[in-house]
Design a protein around this ligand. Structure first.
Ligand SMILES: Cc1cc2nc3c(=O)[nH]c(=O)nc-3n(C[C@H](O)[C@H](O)[C@H](O)COP(=O)(O)OP(=O)(O)OC[C@H]3O[C@@H](n4cnc5c(N)ncnc54)[C@H](O)[C@@H]3O)c2cc1C
Length: 416
């Protein structure tokens, strides 16, 4: 195989498939290379409501995704229920990948299921060596994820923080649920999630680099799965991956591109530093690059990325430092089980993240609904006597942190 392309895209995840689609639609000769796509990448697969506003084509994904209308937020034995203003949608990455790749190839992109092993330059053009031959291109796009080969070759000084994760894919058990679970740990800027999808659950844990090793992560996931599980569901597939976030030298995005290359998505460190959410940012970065390229100004991509992401990343890092790298986040969750004001603060933060409300005006729009939600909660508390999902008492310290939980009050729904 020997091929010439205007643009060679390494990686066909959310970033690579999206940029290939957008460029091919405009007649650009695009080759996209990925040995695994489409595949079940280890991921929560959560898409926030804002993702559907930002990328309207994602509406089609609702047909094969599962809506979640409330979050159960837990820490150290306390759990609270936080209804969402608009649902978050949980999607299998295999299904999302198929849908995206299909759109890219329909638009005219050429897909090759091959791994890029070596990247060099020959007579001023990029030369990509794969097991099936060489691809030459004028422009190179690195959409090859957090451990990007393209980044190592083109922009080695771009420091990307690689947060490790472990995921267990397990069957759906118990009554149908439209609730996802997030569990936080003291002084750790990571969390455990339980996201119900259409045919299975993604239960996983992600932590900052060098925090927990794999056995500890698997142990937390298993402990969670066993606690009060209506069915043990031992049929589990495990996987791991890293999430890529970068500091971007506090607002300097210049390392994500050069005259004839650009990095997208996780390869550029564009996953959210607080939540690890990166599917939408990968797709948005693809759109920013496609716009810049089609306008004949590929060099404007870093500035476009800075305008789009800098503020959001800054806020996420502040929240991460103040809430989750300290005990504050955990204490707030514990207080929220009894205090409507603490509960309203968490409600506010959850909607802010789900709705990507980073501007003062959009944050302001959340204040009244937060107070209303807190008022409703006080009313519900007066009727049921308690709105906390469960109260747990620690009965042993180590190693299993065994807790004994009182039953959940009726009417608040069951948890998968
Ligand atoms: C466990 C976990 C849970 C997550 N949960 C969520 C979530 O709930 N919601 C959310 O929005 N985000 C989540 N994320 C983040 C999300 O998965 C990423 O941000 C997103 O997939 C980034 O998209 P991308 O296209 O940049 O990279 P990727 O999706 O990683 O795609 C990169 C592609 O490049 C290919 N590739 C790599 N090397 C080569 C090579 N040498 N040659 C050819 N191809 C190559 C890979 O096969 C892969 O398909 C999670 C991540 C992890 C690890």
């Amino acid at each position: 195989m020997r091929q010439w392309a205007d643009v060679a895209v390494v990686g066909a995840g959310p970033a690579g498939a999206r940029v290939a689609e957008l460029l091919a639609k405009e007649g650009v000769r695009v080759v996209v290379l990925d040995p695994r796509a489409p595949w079940e990448k280890p991921c929560g697969g959560g898409l926030t409501p804002h993702a559907f506003d930002a990328v309207p084509e994602l509406e089609e994904v609702r047909a094969f995704a599962r809506p979640v209308s409330a979050l159960q937020i837990e820490s150290k034995g306390s759990a609270i229920d936080v209804p969402l203003l608009r649902p978050v949608w949980m999607v299998s990455r295999l299904d999302l990948g198929r849908w995206q790749l299909d759109r890219a190839t329909t638009a005219g992109a050429i897909f090759r299921p091959v791994k890029v092993r070596h990247i060099g330059k020959v007579a001023g053009a990029w030369s990509l060596t794969t097991d099936a031959g060489t691809i030459r291109s004028e422009f190179l796009v690195g959409a090859d994820g957090a451990a990007s080969l393209v980044r190592r070759v083109t922009s080695p000084k771009l420091q990307v923080e690689l947060a490790p994760t472990r995921v267990a894919y397990t069957c759906l058990s118990g009554p149908p649920t439209d609730r996802a679970v997030l569990r936080f740990f003291p002084r750790i800027a990571g969390y455990l999630w339980d996201f119900p999808r259409n045919t299975h659950r993604s239960v996983g844990v992600g932590v900052p680099e060098a925090t927990w090793r794999r056995p500890r992560m698997d142990g937390e996931v298993d402990r969670y799965r066993m606690e009060g599980a209506p069915c043990r569901c031992d049929d589990v597939d495990r996987a791991g991956a890293v999430i890529g976030t970068a500091q971007h030298d506090h607002g300097d995005f210049s390392k994500v591109a050069g005259p004839d290359f650009a990095l997208l998505g996780d390869a550029a460190g564009f996953a959210d530093p607080l939540t690890g959410e990166g599917i939408l940012n990968a797709m948005i970065s693809a759109e920013l690059l496609a716009e810049a390229w089609l306008a004949g100004e590929p060099r404007s991509y870093p500035a476009r990325a800075r305008r789009r992401f800098a503020r959001e990343f800054e806020i996420a890092r502040v929240l991460r430092r103040t809430m989750f790298e300290t005990e504050h986040g955990v204490r707030l969750i514990q207080r929220a089980a009894a205090s409507p004001l603490a509960w309203a603060s968490i409600w506010f933060m959850v909607q802010m993240i789900a709705e990507h409300a980073v501007e003062v005006r959009s944050l302001g729009r959340l204040v009244l609904p937060a107070l209303q939600a807190a008022k409703e909660r006080v009313r519900a508390e007066a009727m049921t006597g308690d709105t906390a999902l469960c109260h747990c008492e620690r009965v042993s310290e180590t190693p299993a942190h065994v807790t004994r939980c009182s039953p959940r009050p009726a009417g608040l729904g069951a948890v998968a």
